[in-house]
Design a protein around this ligand. Structure first.
Ligand code: BES
Ligand code: ZN
Length: 616
């Protein structure tokens, strides 16, 4: 390492630092002026009106003593009254105005106060269209008896159900009092009680400061099964037993992560399994991960998703990206930690197979992206953060950390990652913070292992750097051989050595199929292995995309069932995209969407409508 390279560091840091000096481009809030320290919610859940109504009281820290105005984020909220609350709890009416609605960011709520009040109280209600809530009729649940509602606040949907500073650069504690129909359970990203009475009133406290995107609520007919001393699974009664079995290793996962990265700091780690319309695989709401039922494969082969959401308890919930432009600090670290957990609990073979599949799929994805979208640190000004979602912050982020791991060795790299979490706990961070910490704790301590130009290319370059470590799975060698023989016509589908294949071996095999397999090949595979109709969502969506490309229309009824039932975007958008490529496929897709859309989550409905070019 030359001195010149070291001297280049400050310039690079400043370049990265500029993004931090700016505000979060996805929020109207002005946290440098005044920031929210605590939130008190008092809300009633009304399933008939599909609304939450009540009060949000915000405790404020004023940083500019002359300031009198508070700007909050909202989207589609009806603001009824705003009051300033003084130190003695006395209320006085405050004036406010709501800006015109921006399609991506919603409406800034501007509150003008006579003095820097310690608290403001906002009386409001949500609207049925709230982008962060899904209201489900009884018919959409497993028991078909009770309605269901759940939130998904990340990236910027908390503002559609609470008026607040909707930016991860601000952290606050919260309390909530929620009124719901008797017999239903309310879950929040807070101190849930397994034995709570279903008496229509729930109180919550979250005394650890969290960013707004981790605010979460769900209400429905929810049973509970404990799976360990600090873990439980909540789910609809018909699902809870299977879910508890599938997720029985959760405590082992927590223990494995603690061994690597220090104590779990959130007391309990519960899992809430939502109805299949949940638009994501999982969401790391603190103390209670929200998860799709599509990971209940019956053989624990998809529980890496739980490892992922659990990992966020360190990377994301404890150390939080200050805005979505630095999302790799959340998702890249988490994807890295997830793989370390899988390795510790299920062994190196499985962990490596996951790396190989993900690396290959990332390369394919990146090949179709604009150079700007391929960068770990991005400029998302004016861009909907939900649109910016790709494998880059996840898999390229992890790859960068694997690169550092391979150069420094686990003996030094693991304590470094642990120290990163410890030293930035309950803070919001940007890439600059990581670089400064890296410089002090790895680069300067163990000089000569990694060049600054390499770091710069990983963070700011397009593509995957040539120095990326290559993962190799010997189990995949056999899969590749079988795939090649099958495609060459020298091995019949029924003779594939697939009897003992785990999910990732199937994914490897399906990914080895050509862009347009023949109908005969697809039919033969189906006859031998019954892939059409599989209960494994990861296998299913890749297989269905292949059937569409092949023109193997016999799979269509099962495709329809799949995309009617499931709302997880990752699993169904690729199918819609593949169908939309031909006129006939598109008409079929539009027909299914017409039936499915009433049951879809607002996010899923929007994404699918966009793919098909039709109205929501
Ligand atoms: N935090 C994300 C979900 C998310 C990201 C929601 C950005 C909105 C905006 C969550 O941890 C996640 O990454 N889920 C993945 C899990 C997978 C990578 C194992 C998902 O839902 O597919
Ligand atoms: Zn994640």
């Amino acid at each position: 390492m030359t001195l010149i390279r070291w001297l280049a560091l400050p310039a690079m840091l400043i370049a990265t630092h500029a993004a931090w000096a700016e505000n979060d481009p996805h929020s109207y809030a002005e946290p440098q002026v005044v920031s929210v320290r605590a939130l008190a919610l008092d809300l009633a859940v009304d399933f008939d009106k599909r609304e939450l109504a009540g009060n949000a009281e915000l405790a404020l820290d004023w940083h500019d003593p002359k300031a009198r105005s508070l700007v909050l984020d909202t989207r589609d909220l009806v603001i009824e009254t705003v009051a300033a609350v003084d130190a003695d709890g006395r209320e006085s009416k405050a004036s406010f105005s709501l800006d015109a609605r921006d399609a991506i960011f919603g409406s800034a709520l501007r509150i003008t106060l006579d003095e820097a009040a310690p608290r403001v109280r906002i009386r409001y209600r949500t609207q049925p269209v709230a982008s962060g809530l899904q209201w489900m009729a009884p018919a959409q649940t497993a028991s078909r008896k009770h309605p269901f509602m759940f939130s998904q606040s990340q990236a910027i949907h908390a503002r559609s159900w609470v008026p607040l500073q909707d930016t991860p650069s601000v952290r606050f504690t919260y309390t909530a009092r929620i009124e719901a129909p008797r017999g239903l359970r309310v879950i929040m990203s807070a101190d849930n009680e397994v034995a709570h009475a279903l008496d229509g009133e729930f109180r919550f406290t979250m005394n650890q400061p969290i960013p707004s995107y981790l605010l979460a609520i769900a209400v429905g007919e929810l049973a509970v099964r404990e799976t360990g001393p600090r873990t439980a699974v909540y789910a609809e009664p018909a699902v809870v037993a299977a879910a508890a079995k599938e997720f029985e290793d959760t405590e082992a996962m927590i223990a494995a992560t603690e061994k690597l990265y220090g104590p779990y700091r959130w007391e309990r780690y519960d899992i809430l399994v939502l109805p299949a319309s949940f638009p994501f695989g999982g969401m790391e709401n603190p103390r209670v991960t929200f998860a799709t039922p599509t990971v209940i494969a019956g053989d624990k082969s998809l529980v890496g998703l739980i490892a992922h959401e659990l990992a966020h308890s360190w990377s994301g919930n404890l150390v939080t990206n200050a805005n979505a432009q630095h999302m790799w600090l959340n998702e890249g670290f988490t994807t890295y930690v997830e793989n370390r957990i899988v390795e510790a609990v299920y062994g190196r073979d499985v962990a490596t197979m996951q790396l190989v599949v993900d690396d290959q799929e990332l390369r394919t994805e990146i090949a179709g992206m604009k150079p700007n979208e391929q960068r770990l640190v991005t400029d998302l000004t004016g861009i909907d953060p939900d649109e910016g979602l790709s494998g880059v912050p996840y898999d390229k982020g992890r790859w960068f950390l694997r690169f550092l791991e391979s150069r420094y060795g686990r003996a030094d790299f693991d304590p470094f990652v642990r120290a990163w979490f410890d030293s930035h706990a309950f803070k919001s961070v940007v890439t600059h913070d990581f670089l400064a910490f890296y410089d002090e704790n790895l680069a300067r301590k163990y000089p000569g292992k990694v060049g600054l130009a390499e770091i710069d290319e990983w963070l700011h370059g397009a593509g995957v750097p040539a120095d990326a470590p290559v993962a190799h799975s010997t189990r995949f060698d056999a899969v590749d051989k079988a795939a090649a023989d099958f495609l060459a016509g020298t091995l019949a589908a029924k003779d594939l050595p697939a009897r003992g294949w785990v999910t990732y071996e199937w994914l490897r095999f399906i990914n080895a199929l050509p862009a347009t397999p023949t109908v005969a090949q697809m039919k033969a595979l189906d006859e031998a292995w019954k892939l059409t109709g599989t209960g494994n969502g990861e296998i299913a969506f890749r297989w269905y995309v292949a059937t569409v490309r092949a023109g193997y229309t016999e799979a269509r009824p099962r495709i329809a069932t799949f995309i009617l039932r499931i709302g997880r975007r990752k699993l169904i958008i690729p199918i819609y995209e593949a169908l939309a490529k031909t006129e006939d496929g598109k008409q079929f897709a539009i027909g299914v969407f017409e039936k499915a859309k009433a049951g879809y989550h607002p996010l899923t409905r929007g994404s699918v409508a966009k793919v098909l070019g039709v109205a929501e």
